[in-house]
Design a protein around this ligand. Structure first.
Ligand SMILES: Nc1ncnc2c1ncn2[C@@H]1O[C@H](COP(=O)(O)OP(=O)(O)OP(=O)(O)O)[C@@H](O)[C@H]1O
Ligand SMILES: [Mg+2]
Length: 471
């Protein structure tokens, strides 16, 4: 017989506790019961478990908050949420938060066993350990001196509790660095909680960050624990901090100064022990001078500034990252990229930085169907096109000025012609709509017939330019 799996059950209903315990103990599991999320979290921190089953509605800490807290501790223990009858949205939310499964009340002993068996089955476990590898293995790939220096600084400052501000263009790896600061710090066993400050309007963001009491405002049906509280003993990432409204900036400043939060509608402040890392892809100093960001908050956050260089300023990393992502998508059998293609990838400006590169490599891996990807497979910049005739025409247009002058008779030497702009716009729109001509025509404000005529024109151009090339 294999070793008994240990299951942590969080439920405030004594009858439910008894029923679950009886059913799972009979099936040979080692069952530990907690009366609410908070008590469960304490048990979870002391012992190791193979599975967590938690009720959604509990006093002190809801099932979702418990799940978020477990997730924030970076563990991979599968979590099953017990949801009330007819509340599928809660179940979906729980799954989105990372629950392995859910079970709806009322349920039978058999149903419960089925869910538990499924979640603990070897296939599921293997899947999860794979995931763990890729999540943990979020290695930061670089060979660039400036970037290596930046990472050394990040690791060194991690040991202190000082606030870190990570600046850099979008896709340069700011979140990776924020996680590195957390994992290199003494708080690494504590939670890592990320909040995107651009994702929510001010009032919602406020209760997201600081929590609220039941009845604090219309719609506050239950108490909510804020992200600062969830991050206790760990690190909070304030992502895209530049997007925070001035009013909330003032409240955040107070939290950072006093090291305590007030839940919205709450009476007593709650002391917090949280390391703050903020990121921005806008120049915060500029935002300060424009009056969009509080100077005092900026100085509070900017204790340790870390600036990530854009990918185009560390071109030696491009080859390294292409290979890394190719292997990530295709495994060890990933084909080598030809030197010519690598050269053009290295010359490209990568405005979306590593994120853009990751997407480009994924697309190339798909489009090349396991073969050696060509330059076209990477669909860089505007040369992303759809049906092959049109794609070839556009590639010819963009590949060199000489080609352009063959295809586009009216080409202007500096800049571009109206026809060229129109063509790029049409092809881009088609790409964006996944070649849905009806939708593209609507977006462009032209009839489908006009669109079809334009595409025929581009196709004919290709034939014409091929002829010219031959003559
Ligand atoms: N040096 C690197 N090595 C490996 N992967 C990287 C590296 N830099 C970034 N990535 C990957 O690129 C993607 C973007 O990185 P990340 O989310 O950290 O960037 P960001 O600066 O926070 O971007 P955004 O401004 O868009 O939020 C992620 O999938 C990340 O894993
Ligand atoms: Mg980010």
């Amino acid at each position: 017989m294999e070793q008994q799996a240990r299951i942590l059950v969080a439920d405030d209903d004594p009858q439910m506790q008894l029923a679950i315990k009886a059913s799972l103990s009979r099936a040979g599991f080692d069952v530990v019961i907690a009366a609410d999320g908070k008590a469960a979290l304490e048990l979870f921190e002391k012992r190791s478990f193979d599975l967590i089953i938690s009720d959604q509605r509990m006093p002190e800490m809801t099932g979702q908050e418990f799940l978020a807290a477990v997730q924030a501790r970076g563990t991979q223990v599968p979590f099953v949420m017990i949801t009330a009858h007819g509340t599928i949205t809660q179940a979906v939310e729980a799954m989105q938060l990372g629950a392995a499964d859910f079970i709806t009340k009322p349920f039978s002993a058999e149903e419960l066993r089925r869910v538990v068996d499924r979640v603990l089955s070897p296939e599921n476990r293997d899947f999860r350990s794979e995931e763990k590898k890729s999540r943990r293995g979020r290695a930061i790939i670089t060979n660039d001196q400036m970037m290596i220096r930046v990472l050394e600084v990040a690791e060194a400052v991690a040991r202190s509790d000082a606030t870190v501000l990570v600046q850099g263009e979008s896709g340069t790896g700011k979140e990776l660095v924020a996680r590195l600061v957390h994992s290199s710090s003494a708080r690494c066993k504590g939670p890592f909680v990320a909040v995107n400050c651009a994702a929510l309007p001010e009032t919602l963001l406020e209760s997201e960050l600081f929590g609220h009491e039941k009845g604090a405002f219309t719609g506050a049906l239950a108490r909510k624990i804020g992200k600062f509280e969830l991050a206790q003993g760990g690190t909070i990432l304030l992502d895209e901090i530049s997007e925070m409204e001035l009013g909330l900036q003032a409240k955040l400043l107070r939290v950072l100064q006093e090291r305590e939060v007030d839940r919205v509608g709450g009476r007593d402040p709650i002391a917090i022990d949280v390391r703050v890392v903020a990121t921005t892809n806008r120049n915060l100093e500029m935002a300060v001078s424009e009056g969009k960001f509080r100077a005092d908050l900026f100085y509070r956050l900017n204790v340790i500034p870390i600036t990530l260089p854009p990918l185009r300023e560390r071109r030696c990393d491009i080859k390294l990252l292409v290979r890394h992502f190719m292997q990530q998508y295709l495994g060890d059998s990933a084909p080598e990229i030809s030197p010519a293609v690598l050269e053009s990838l290295t010359a490209y400006s990568w405005p979306g930085n590593v994120r853009e590169m990751q997407n480009a490599v994924e697309r190339a891996a798909i489009l090349s169907r396991g073969g050696t990807p060509t330059q076209e497979d990477f669909l860089l910049g505007t040369a992303r096109t759809i049906d092959t005739t049109v794609a070839a025409a556009a590639a010819a247009v963009q590949s060199s000025a000489a080609e352009v002058s063959k295809v586009e008779r009216q080409v202007v030497h500096v800049g571009t012609t109206v026809q060229q702009m129109e063509k790029t716009l049409i092809l881009e729109t088609l790409r964006a709509t996944q070649n849905n001509r009806t939708q593209a025509a609507k977006l462009l404000g032209i009839s489908i017939r006009t669109l079809r005529n334009k595409l025929n024109e581009y196709g004919a151009e290709l034939g014409q330019s091929a002829e010219e090339a031959r003559s």
